[in-house]
Design a binder for this molecule. Structure first.
Ligand SMILES: Cc1ncc(COP(=O)(O)O)c(C=O)c1O
Length: 415
C-alpha cells in the first residue's frame, strides 16, 4: 500500500511543490532531520503531524467500502493494524534519512529483525549471520528459525572471506550488525554487498549503533537496514520501537505481514519518535564527541586494560569505520584492570551514569554485560564470546563532555 496522504480539512494541498519547505541534497544533518521526508500540509495546517489516535477508520456508506476494497491503490485507511498517518509520517522521515525507498515502523527493534527474516526466508533456506550480532538476534536465528527447517552459519562479523566462504546455493540472507554490541566490530558494507548481490543473496544490516547520521548502509548497496528505534532514533529512553528501511518491494512484502503478526506502533509513540528525531543531529554530534573523548581518555588510563571504540586507531576495524562512518557513535566498551568486583566498584561509583541495559538516549547508561545482559548465560559460553567479568559498556548520553570525564576520573579512583 502506498503512503496515505493525510486527509485535511480546510487545508489546500499545493501540488506544484513550490510552497513546500524542504531540505536540499546538501543540507546538514540538523536541517535534514527537520525537513526530510515531510509531506505537508498536515491536517488543520498543524506544524507537527497530528496524533491520529484511532483503531478504526470510518466509511461514509457501503458504496465507499466497495470502492475502497476494489481500488488497485488504496487511498485511505481501514484499520489501525494496517496503517496510521502518524506512523506514516515517521516512516517517511526515516526512509528519507536512510536514503531508502520505503520504511516500516514496528513495535521494537527485535520486530525489525524478526519480521523481515520470517517473511523473506522459507523452510530449506540458509542464513549467514555475524557472530557479534545482538544476542537476542542470535538466539532467534539459532533457536527459533532452525525449528522451521532453516540452517544458520555463524561467521566472524568483520571477516568478508569467511562470509563469502559460508555462502551456499540456498543462502537467502546475510544478517550482520555494524558497529556491533558490545565490541563495536564493523563490517565493510560495500565489500559485503559486492559478495552478496551477484549471488542473489539479500543483506540485512542492524545499524542501530550508527544511526543514519553516522552511516548509511543502503548507499553501499545493502538491501535492508534495521534499527532499534528505542535507542538513538527516539532518543529519550521512554519507548520501544523498531524500523526496517530499504527497497520498496522488500518493505512492502514485510508490511504485508505486519498486520498478521500485529507488531504495530501506537500513534502516540510514533509522535514521540517524530519529536525525538528532530534533535537527532544535535544529540548524535554531542554523543559522538563525548564518546571519542572518553575513549581516548580511557585508553591512556593505567587502570584500564583495553578499550573498544571504532574511532580509536587501536580498534581492529578502525579503517573500515573511517571509510563508511561519519561519526563513531556513543558507545564505548572497556575492561578495567582487575577483576569483576573492581569493575562493579567503578560502575557503582559513577554519579552521572545510570545502571541500565539500553543505549542511545539522552541519559548516560552503564552496565557490566556479564552481570546484566549475559547474567543467565553460562560463564564458559560468555567468556568464549569475550564477555569477561571486567568488561564495562558505557552508553554516552548528552551530558557535557567535561562532566562525564570528571565523573569517570573520580570513579576510577575507587577501582
Ligand atoms: C543492536 C541492537 N539491535 C536490536 C536490539 C533490539 O531492540 P529493541 O530492544 O528495541 O527490541 C537491540 C537492543 O538492545 C540492540 O542493541
Amino acid at each position: 500500500m502506498r503512503p496515505i496522504i493525510e486527509q485535511t480539512e480546510n487545508a489546500s494541498h499545493r501540488t506544484n511543490g513550490r510552497r513546500q519547505k524542504r531540505a536540499t541534497a546538501s543540507s546538514g544533518p540538523n536541517t535534514q532531520v527537520l525537513h526530510k521526508g515531510a509531506r505537508r500540509p498536515h491536517a488543520y495546517h498543524s506544524l507537527t503531524p497530528p496524533i491520529v489516535q484511532t483503531a478504526a477508520y470510518t466509511f461514509e456508506d457501503t458504496e465507499a467500502v466497495i470502492a475502497f476494497k476494489s481500488a488497485a491503490e488504496r487511498e485511505r485507511l481501514e484499520y489501525g493494524r494496517y496503517g496510521n498517518p502518524t506512523v506514516q509520517a515517521v516512516e517517511q522521515r526515516l526512509a528519507a534519512l536512510e536514503g531508502g525507498e520505503a520504511a516500516l515502523l514496528v513495535s521494537s527493534g527485535m520486530a525489525a529483525i524478526t519480521l523481515p527474516l520470517l517473511l523473506l526466508i522459507s523452510s530449506g533456506d540458509h542464513v549467514v549471520m555475524g557472530d557479534d550480532v545482538y544476542h537476542r538476534t542470535r538466539i532467534f536465528a539459532n533457536e527459533f528459525l532452525t525449528r522451521y527447517g532453516v540452517t544458520v552459519t555463524t561467521v566472524p562479523t568483520s571477516d568478508l572471506t569467511a562470509i563469502e566462504a559460508a555462502i551456499r546455493p540456498n543462502t537467502r540472507v546475510i544478517v550482520a550488525e555494524t558497529p556491533t554490541n558490545p565490541f563495536l566490530r564493523c563490517v565493510d558494507l560495500r565489500g559485503l554487498a559486492e559478495i552478496a548481490r551477484p549471488r542473489g543473496v539479500l543483506t540485512l544490516i542492524d545499524s542501530t549503533f550508527a544511526t543514519p547520521l553516522n552511516q548509511q548502509p543502503l548507499q553501499h548497496g545493502i538491501d535492508l537496514v534495521a534499527h532499534s528505534v528505542t535507542k538513538y532514533l527516539a532518543g529519550h529512553n521512554d519507548l520501544l520501537a523498531g524500523v526496517v528501511v530499504g527497497r520498496g518491494d522488500l518493505i512492502e512484502t514485510v508490511r504485508g505481514s505486519q498486520g498478521l503478526f500485529g507488531a504495530v506502533v501506537d500513534p502516540s509513540a510514533a509522535y514521540q519518535i517524530h519529536r525525538g528525531l528532530q534533535t537527532l543531529g544535535l544529540r548524535i554530534a554531542q554523543q559522538n564527541r563525548s564518546a571519542l573523548a572518553i575513549a581516548r581518555y580511557l585508553e591512556e588510563h593505567p587502570k584500564v586494560r583495553r578499550v573498544w571504540y571504532p574511532g580509536l586507531a587501536s580498534h581492529p576495524d578502525h579503517e573500515v569505520a573511517r571509510q563508511q562512518m561519519t561519526g563513531f557513535g556513543g558507545v564505548v566498551s572497556f575492561e578495567i584492570e582487575g577483576d569483576g568486583p573492581a569493575a562493579s566498584r567503578f560502575v557503582d561509583a559513577l554519579q552521572l551514569a545510570h545502571i541500565a541495559p539500553s543505549l542511545g538516549g539522552v541519559d548516560t547508561l552503564v552496565m557490566q554485560p556479564a552481570i546484566l545482559s549475559y547474567f543467565d548465560t553460562p560463564r564458559e559460553q560468555r567468556l568464549a564470546l569475550g564477555i569477561t567479568d571486567e568488561l564495562i559498556r558505557l552508553a554516552v548520553g548528552i551530558e557535557d563532555t567535561e562532566d562525564l570525564l570528571a565523573d569517570i576520573e573520580r570513579a576510577l579512583e575507587v577501582v
